[in-house]
Write a protein of this length. Structure first.
Length: 178
């Protein structure tokens, strides 16, 4: 598939994604049973992952949306600005951050620092994807959907310059044809 003149090929089908979501949800349901977790969905990228994951969560939980990152094109800008801040009622709660991808870790490191100011009881991270090779900050991801190579991915909520978030499968930039 071509997006803005770049060629992308499938990395994960909808069926493969569904299996990943089931596995992640089972782990979260088991670990946080009785803990009334509070999910914080990192907008915009995590919205599709979050909607699939949360519908497989069977334990009582709370939910809010936050928006902190600033990401343009294919490179992280390093600027992290609060757009939709953390709600004050996370105080004393067992927070699970839902993120689409932890790439350099710059966004997540900055967000974790910010979140601490709101005094949650505990903080866990559920990220659909992680790119360990790209990491510039040490960030422990508790629930990982899939570890991927340091390549640009698109679809399933992730965009390339504002395009492609609606693609239901996960695509990867085909570097052989650029
Ligand atoms: P980080 O600060 O470098 O870890 O990047 C965080 C954000 O950058 C993620 O939440 C994504 O929104 C975006 N991002 C990182 N890698 C990719 C990618 O391969 N495709 C699309 N967006 C990405």
């Amino acid at each position: 598939m071509k997006v803005k003149g770049r060629n992308f090929v499938e990395m994960l089908s909808e069926e493969e994604i569904a299996k990943i979501i089931d596995r992640m949800a089972s782990a979260i349901n088991a670990d946080l049973e009785g803990k009334n977790p509070y999910f914080l969905v990192m907008m915009n990228g995590a919205f599709i992952f979050a909607s699939d994951l949360l519908r497989k969560i069977t334990i009582p939980c709370g939910l809010a949306f936050v928006r902190y990152s600033s990401y343009e094109g294919m490179k992280t800008t390093g600027k992290v600005v609060p757009v939709i801040p953390v709600p004050a009622d996370v105080k004393g709660r067992n927070v699970v951050i839902i993120e689409d991808i932890v790439d350099t870790g710059i966004t997540m490191e900055a967000f974790l620092k910010e979140l601490k100011n709101f005094s949650p009881e505990s903080v866990r991270i559920a990220s659909f994807l992680t790119k360990p090779e790209a990491r510039q900050r040490e960030v422990l991801v508790d629930y990982v959907g899939k570890e991927i190579e340091n390549k640009f991915v698109l679809g399933y909520g992730l965009d390339y310059d504002g395009l492609g978030r609606n693609i239901p499968s996960l695509l990867v930039l085909d570097e052989s044809t650029q």
